[in-house]
Design a protein around this ligand. Structure first.
Ligand SMILES: NC(=O)c1ccc[n+]([C@@H]2O[C@H](COP(=O)([O-])OP(=O)(O)OC[C@H]3O[C@@H](n4cnc5c(N)ncnc54)[C@H](OP(=O)(O)O)[C@@H]3O)[C@@H](O)[C@H]2O)c1
Length: 212
């Protein structure tokens, strides 16, 4: 059984795809009523709260692997890792560098037998203005990009319910895009998967209904 730890955009899609492939999958849902569609798709929906370790322990029963998707709140991620370790060492995927956090905190170092880092990207470099053009072309109506400040971005995330510290971190991370931090294309996706990376245009085409 694979446990996916939240039911937002990433966790829902991961659960849905695993269930579609016939893989036993459970999802820890903060609010199960929001994800009735996942239950209908064959996902085992278990109510839980990442701030309540006991509820994670219940969801962890019989689990061999965990897809750790969290709202980026470290204490919640440690709660999941602790629970997985207590349950007999279920493998935790995604954000698994946190497995090394204790070593980093206590010794200022960490060990690993791998020195390989992948930098997966799409097939082309796109600005947000480019993304607006692609959206307009595919959807057949004018979609515009409205630049906002880092402060406005942070406030929008707070208004959407994120804790201030998380909103601050995420807004700062987004400003790195403006500095060119994501302005590159690699061959990692075709090298690993043996097929080209999917274009943004293809992604918008696939999800046109969602954007409409
Ligand atoms: N989506 C992306 O493209 C993307 C890109 C880079 C990084 N990330 C990171 O990936 C993570 C997940 O992203 P996402 O887009 O899937 O997020 P999302 O759509 O905002 O979903 C967040 C989920 O976390 C749940 N949640 C919040 N507090 C919880 C708690 N205490 N216990 C259990 N569940 C709780 C929410 O449930 P309720 O709504 O029911 O409260 C919701 O299902 C985030 O850390 C995000 O920063 C996402």
């Amino acid at each position: 059984m694979i446990l996916v730890t939240t039911t937002g955009k990433v966790g829902s899609e991961a659960s849905r795809l695993l269930a579609k492939r016939g893989v036993p999958v459970r999802v820890l849902a903060h609010h199960p009523s929001k994800v009735a569609a996942l239950a209908e798709a064959g996902v085992d929906v278990v109510e839980g709260d990442l701030d309540v370790p006991e509820s994670i322990d219940v969801a962890m029963q019989g689990v061999s692997s965990v897809v750790l998707v969290s709202p980026a709140i470290p204490v919640q991620e440690f709660n999941v890792i602790e629970s997985a370790m207590q349950a007999g060492g279920a493998g935790v995927g995604m954000q698994n560098f946190l497995m090394l956090a204790r070593a980093v905190a206590s010794s200022g170092s960490f060990a690993s037998c791998t020195e390989t880092t992948y930098w997966p990207t799409g097939p082309e470099r796109l600005s947000y203005a480019d993304a607006a053009r692609v959206l307009s072309n595919v959807l057949g109506r004018e979609i515009s990009f409205r630049p906002i400040t880092c402060e406005e971005q942070k406030q929008a995330m707070i208004d959407a319910g994120l804790p201030e510290v998380v909103a601050d971190d995420n807004a700062k991370a987004l400003t790195l895009f403006a500095d060119g931090d994501a302005d590159y294309v690699t061959d990692d996706v075709p090298g690993l998967l043996g097929r080209p990376a999917r274009s943004f245009e293809q992604f918008v085409t696939d999800f046109a209904v969602t954007f409409s």
